[in-house]
Each structure stands twice: as C-alpha cells, then as structure tokens.
Design a protein around this ligand. Sequence first.
Ligand SMILES: C[S@@+](CC[C@H](N)C(=O)[O-])C[C@H]1O[C@@H](n2cnc3c(N)ncnc32)[C@H](O)[C@@H]1O
Length: 218
Amino acid sequence: MFARLYRRAPSVESLPWHRDQPPTLLEHAVARRSTCGRALDLGCGQGVHAVYLAQQGFTVVAVDFVAAALAAARERAEQAGVEVEFRERDVVDYTASSPFDVVLDSGCLHHLPKGKVSAYRRRLDEWLVPGGDYVLVHFAHRPRIWIPNGPRHMTRDEAVALFSPLELEEHDETYFDVPLPMGRMRAGVYWFHRPGTEAGRASDWSRLANRPGDGQRR
Ligand SMILES: C[S@@+](CC[C@H](N)C(=O)[O-])C[C@H]1O[C@@H](n2cnc3c(N)ncnc32)[C@H](O)[C@@H]1O
C-alpha cells in the first residue's frame, strides 16, 4: 500500500501525513535531554523527522520498508547537509548493535499487522536505552468505515498499558486529513520515558562495547 502511495504522489510533500515540522512532543523530549547521542526513526517516510534529529546533533538511523520513501529521505538529508543512516526493512526485523537515546515512531506502529505488535513492543525494549525517550504518533480512533487491513487505533489508556513500565511524560492530540474513506483522523501523540539513569546513555553503551553502533556516521 505505501509503495503505491509514494509512487502515485505528485510529490512527497503532498502525502497526507507530511508535516514540515517534527511532532511538538519530540521537540520537548529533545529539549529536555542533556546530551544528544543516538536516535532511531521508525517508518521514517520522507525523512523530515530524521533530518530534524540529525540537525539537533543526534547520530540517526532511519528505517522504512519502502525504497521510494528512503530515496526521498536521502535527498532531504543531502539537501540539509546532514548524515543519516538509512535502512530498508520492516521495523520489527530491525536490530541494532547498540540502543538509542531517542526512538521516534510517527505513524508507523498503527499500520503494523496486529500480529506484529508484540514483536514491536519487545524490540522497543532492545532499541531504547534506560533513561531514553520514545515518541509515538498513533491513530486514536477507528476510521468511519471498515477498511481491510486498515490502520489500527489505540486509546490513551491502551497506549499506557502497552508501553508500561515506560512512563508517560506528555500526551497530546493532532489531526490528519486523510483522503476518503478514512477522512479526518485524530491521532494521539505520546512522549514516554524509560526509567533509568543517564549513565546508561546509548552513546556510552556503544563506546563501552568498543564497537561501531549501527548509527555511526559513514
Ligand atoms: C504514515 S507514514 C509516516 C512517515 C513519517 N514517519 C512521517 O511522520 O512523516 C508511515 C511510514 O511508515 C512506513 N512503514 C509502515 N509500516 C512499516 C513497517 N512495518 N516497516 C517499515 N516501515 C513501515 C511506511 O512506508 C511509511 O513511510
């Protein structure tokens, strides 16, 4: 489905989820961190948020399973003059040699088949370092009509339960005007923090392991 959407779009900027700015709660999470370190963008699409994170000083890995999305994201990173490591694969198959300080998922998880959600949740524990921040944008209600393999939705309580023991720092809502049959969609925006000390920062982990992390600049 996504490959078709990218192929048919007159430009990536015309895609319904495109925003010029990162989610506000991602900005809040970044602003509160005392250091940058490593960041992971899951389902990075056209790369707006991966580029933002690289511009803030993070070493960024961005994952998407659509080649056209990654091509657009690469171009965006080049134009911005930042380095991002792009990986073409299904997010649940992505393993990193060292974890991340910040993990972002803007609009990817709600498209995962239900059977993959628990694998994603387990992966998050591998991806996110103790003391790390996880920012999620996820549809909060069903589309008006049933869509085969359509996106899932999650209430705030369900999100808190799914990601426990991560702690919810802030919650917000946003809207996407998606073409029919979906129409206007409300999404929850979540900033979760993984309890732990900054002593366990991802950058320290990769240094202690004395091996290059996946996110190291090429
Ligand atoms: C709604 S778009 C959001 C793109 C970008 N994160 C943004 O906010 O602009 C969802 C993106 O996730 C990607 N995606 C969906 N499911 C995926 C999966 N299982 N593995 C990797 N990428 C996935 C799609 O190809 C698409 O680029």
